[in-house]
Design a protein around this ligand. Structure first.
Ligand code: NDP
Length: 310
């Protein structure tokens, strides 16, 4: 008789009542349990924002699965040496991100904010068409999500720029890479979308200096992590007229505290960290496939490089 695979689950946000039966159904031969202090040793941990104690108390993990694309919360913990961390790669998130960003780009470009205000006042007043040549869209981060977003935005004939750590070549995207090309990327972009992981290199990357490099009349869409943006610098860039506004889905403190200047700013749209949700069944199916692959000695996608932080 073979020993069953042991999976321990913990999430600070997701409902165990649906994830545990889902994991059990996807890996029928496994023993799936909710982690609690003192829980028995498991082979695989499936986690979102786990406590340090959980990792400290699991001596025989073969891998840690993060039930999100971003691993910044996990990277703040002391991880067990030699245990691979595997994040979700796509699992239904890239199409959601493409929808959200295309909506935000087009809403701004076609001036829907203005039409919404006009409608509230019963005002019939069309605006002059804008030229999309004047609205190049720059995507910070050309990974699983950024590449999909870049291609989706390009479908609407906007010029598209992308910035990554390593050099890339993507059809229809002018690619920039590395710190040395960040200024040129920003100067070539008017709508800047942040889709970077949060690491020591990207923390506060959208600050007074870099926002100043975006083309005048620029617009920021942050769908990555709140700490990518220096809030006061973004507000100053908008209030000075250098930037036309922003759509923000993520914040340094979530929920965004009542009274924060972003809430009532006429040029800022706020959404509650919803641009690309973790989809339970797609995510469980992906994790189950990866456990099967690891059990049979194969490699899997989504392996996190702890040295890089993503
Ligand atoms: P990937 O790891 O696939 O892609 C990351 C991209 O960022 C890569 O192109 C990488 O470059 C680039 N990058 C990383 N560090 C640097 C750097 N220092 N300088 C330049 N480029 C850099 O991640 P995903 O696309 O899957 O996800 C991106 C982020 O989106 C997540 O980390 C998460 O924070 C956020 N997210 C937000 C969600 C929301 O609901 N708001 C939902 C899901 C994710 P290279 O290709 O060279 O490695």
């Amino acid at each position: 008789m073979t020993t069953p695979v042991r999976i321990t689950y913990y999430s600070a946000d997701f409902d165990e009542a649906s994830w545990i039966p889902g994991l059990q159904a996807a890996v029928p031969s496994a023993e799936v349990t909710l982690w609690q202090p003192g829980a028995p040793a498991a082979d695989y941990a499936v986690v979102w924002k786990p406590p340090q104690q959980m990792l400290d108390e699991q001596p025989s993990l073969k891998a840690i699965f993060n039930t999100g694309a971003g691993v910044d919360a996990l990277m703040k913990l002391k991880l067990p040496a030699g245990v691979p961390v595997i994040r979700l790669d796509d699992a239904g998130m890239s199409v959601q991100m493409a929808e959200y960003v295309c909506h935000a780009v087009i809403r701004h470009f076609r001036e829907f904010e203005g039409y919404e205000a006009d409608m509230a006042n019963g005002k019939w007043s069309f605006r002059k068409p804008r030229s999309r040549i004047d609205y190049p869209v720059g995507i910070l981060g050309l990974g699983v999500l950024g590449e999909r977003v870049a291609k989706a935005v390009a479908q609407f004939d906007f010029p598209v720029n992308g910035w990554s750590r390593s050099p890339k070549a993507l059809d229809g995207v002018q690619c920039f890479h590395g710190e040395a090309q960040l200024q040129d990327f920003l100067a070539a972009s008017r709508i800047v979308v942040c889709l970077l992981p949060l690491t020591s290199e990207t923390d506060s990357i959208l600050n007074a200096r870099t926002l100043g490099h975006i083309r005048p009349g620029g617009y920021v869409i942050n769908v990555a992590r709140g700490a990518h943006v220096v809030d006061a610098d973004l507000l100053a860039a908008i209030d000075s007229g250098h930037l036309a506004g922003a759509t923000l889905d993520v914040f340094r403190v979530e929920p965004l505290p009542q009274g924060h200047a972003f809430w009532n700013h006429p040029k800022i749209t706020v959404t509650p960290h919803t641009s690309a949700r973790t989809l339970r069944s797609e995510s469980i199916a992906q994790i189950a496939r990866k456990i099967a692959a690891l059990q049979s000695g194969q490699t899997v996608a989504g392996l996190v490089d702890a040295g890089r932080g993503y």
